[in-house]
Write a protein that binds this ligand. Structure first.
Ligand SMILES: N[C@@H](CCC(=O)N[C@@H](CS)C(=O)NCC(=O)O)C(=O)O
Length: 222
């Protein structure tokens, strides 16, 4: 008997689900993982009927109900305190960049969607996406310069909630291959090599072919 459940969407496409799942796994919560197959056009009934905001990830754990991926990260940090940096100043920056990612970057999200199974190198480079990418590279460089010494992640050795929130961005960059600095590429390699990220990719590759969603599999316009 587990202590609850985490409802997520397709691993191949669902960036927000990836964040919730990483947080739950890093906090070692004993919950069942339930994967909802997206229905298109939405809403997906099981998600609409279960999750208060009609979206995934959605976590139920020991009587607590948690939605919104950033709230899931915060809830998980109550069980695994290293999800936020120990240092107050670093923690403030980690929370700020995680919140900024959670709240924005629509240009990137709309033009370089998550698809772990495709190579869209060279596509999606519209001005709105490129502006978001420039800001993300600045965020990564700043966190690494100020707090990253001693480890490959944004705040050093620990894979924190900030890395969780940016992990799906890393997958987008690996799929769409925009031009990036050597430092960004090094950070992305560290995230991609992180065992739980690798596990997510491996599980995504096992999703049945009839789960593919045509809208996310198109060849995008250049
Ligand atoms: N702000 C929300 C966004 C969650 C979200 O947009 N989830 C999408 C999947 S990535 C969803 O549940 N869509 C419902 C559907 O496609 O049926 C969060 O941080 O959790």
């Amino acid at each position: 008997m587990t202590e609850g459940k985490l409802l997520i969407g397709h691993r191949r496409y669902s960036s927000w689900s990836m964040r919730g799942w990483l947080a739950v796994r890093l906090a070692k919560l004993d919950v069942e993982i339930e994967v909802a197959r997206f229905v298109r056009p939405g809403p997906t009934p099981v998600i609409a009927q279960t999750s208060p905001n009609g979206l995934v990830p959605y976590l139920e754990h020991r009587g607590a109900k948690v939605w919104e991926s950033l709230a899931v990260c915060d809830y998980c940090a109550e069980f695994e305190t290293s999800l936020w940096p120990a240092d107050r100043i670093a923690r403030a920056e980690a929370r700020s960049i995680a919140a900024e990612m959670h709240a924005g970057f629509r240009g990137l999200r709309q033009n370089m969607w998550m698809n772990l199974g495709r190579d869209y190198s060279g596509y999606g480079r519209v001005p709105e996406a490129l502006a978001d990418i420039a800001r993300i590279e600045a965020i990564w460089a700043g966190a690494r310069a100020r707090h990253g010494a001693g480890g490959p992640f944004l705040f050093g050795t620990e894979f924190t909630a900030a890395d969780i929130i940016f992990a799906p961005v890393v997958t987008r960059f690996l799929t769409w291959r925009p031009d990036l600095s050597a430092a960004s590429l090094a950070y992305m390699n560290a995230v991609r090599a992180f065992p739980l990220v690798d596990e997510w990719y491996a599980d995504a590759a096992k999703e049945p072919e009839d789960w593919l969603v045509a809208d996310y599999e198109i060849t995008p316009p250049r």
